[in-house]
Design a binder for this molecule. Structure first.
Ligand SMILES: C[S@@+](CC[C@H](N)C(=O)[O-])C[C@H]1O[C@@H](n2cnc3c(N)ncnc32)[C@H](O)[C@@H]1O
Length: 320
């Protein structure tokens, strides 16, 4: 099921209740604990790993609980696209990014943009809970939280080593076994203004109409893997092109990273009855029409038009 942006949570749960969100739920035990101990709340878990999703879905089905849902996606995407400002009562993050130093810093979950989105999406007096066993991560998070005026530390120390009411998560247990205690942060949304993090909505579907004397086969011959970096931290990789012989259409496989969403999708160039071609996206990969998707379509259209001096763009419905 693909959720609209923003999602209608009371419709999804069939009941309006305050929202609790866990990002990166792993084996799902903490998510189930949240759902069981908060029967009067709707509990939403976000996870990027397919295997963890499957496990959690099995646990949810077996439990019979109706107040918990697992959503497949990146925490950043879900915060920016699915939730309205001031709509979440609690946000929990347990043991994120265990190898955060070896990963690209921009891919780390706890960073300025995500914290701004967390502050924006928390309700007045909403709570943010973070746990980690990595001391460097705790120090990094503490530095960022010091620069987050919309949240107030609820403990006398930057973090504590124990927290009542918690169950021990899988990674927490691993940390204890390997001699790394937990570091737990508890912050509350105060009445300072939240950063302006607007809900990112879907745009209209982009498309380009192209006139070209070249056949699809001739265009395919000229294709090689290409990358395009656009302003706004948008990275597009045109990985591969394929020929659909039955429809005489070309299929382009594309991977794209935007600050709040990663997408892997296909654009197709299809011959029209009037001899021109239409470049549009397909349903493969369930893509969302974002600004990056528009830029990817426009850029590929321009490249196709550049392949022959008589080729030209007839029309384009693309946000640049
Ligand atoms: C170290 S594990 C911790 C799992 C669990 N919270 C625990 O404490 O046992 C980190 C989890 O976060 C997920 N994850 C990492 N980055 C994420 C992101 N940006 N959005 C959603 N999930 C993410 C990973 O797939 C993994 O399941």
């Amino acid at each position: 099921m693909t959720l609209p942006w923003p999602a209608n949570w009371s419709e999804l749960f069939d009941k309006e209740r305050p929202l609790i969100l866990e990002i990166g739920f792993g084996n799902g035990d903490y998510l189930m604990h949240l759902a069981r101990s908060n029967p009067d709340h709707n509990v939403i878990g976000i996870e990027i790993a397919n295997k963890s999703m499957e496990k959690a879905e099995r646990k949810i089905a077996a439990s019979g609980l109706l107040n918990v849902r697992a959503i497949h996606g990146r925490g950043e995407t879900v915060l920016h696209h699915l939730f309205e400002p001031a709509s979440i009562e609690q946000i929990h993050v347990n043991y994120p990014d265990p190898w955060f130093k070896t990963r690209h810093a921009g891919r780390r979950l706890i960073q300025r943009d995500t914290l701004d989105a967390i502050v924006s999406r928390l309700e007045p007096q909403g709570m943010f809970y973070l746990g980690t066993d990595i001391l460097d991560y705790a120090e990094m998070a503490h530095d960022l939280l010091l620069e987050t005026p919309g949240l107030t530390n609820q403990q006398d120390t930057p973090w504590s080593d124990t927290m009542s009411g918690r169950i021990v998560t899988k990674y927490e247990e691993k940390g204890y076994r390997e001699g790394r205690p937990g570091h737990f942060f508890v912050y509350q949304r105060n009445d300072r203004p939240a950063p302006d993090v607007s809900v990112m909505k879907e745009l209209a579907m982009p498309h380009v109409v192209l006139s070209s004397p070249l056949s699809p086969e001739a265009m395919l011959d000229q294709f090689d893997k290409m990358t395009h970096h656009a302003p706004g931290d948008i990275h597009i990789v045109y990985l591969e092109a394929f020929m659909d012989h039955r429809r005489r259409a070309l299929l382009f496989e594309i991977k794209m990273q935007e600050p709040t969403i990663d997408q892997h999708f296909c654009l197709t160039l299809t011959p029209r009855d009037d001899g021109d071609y239409t470049l549009i996206f397909t349903s493969i990969g369930n893509p969302r029409p974002t600004l990056g998707m528009h830029i990817a379509t426009g850029h590929l259209g321009d490249w196709l038009a550049s392949l022959h001096p008589e080729a030209r763009i007839v029309s384009r419905k693309v946000r640049e």
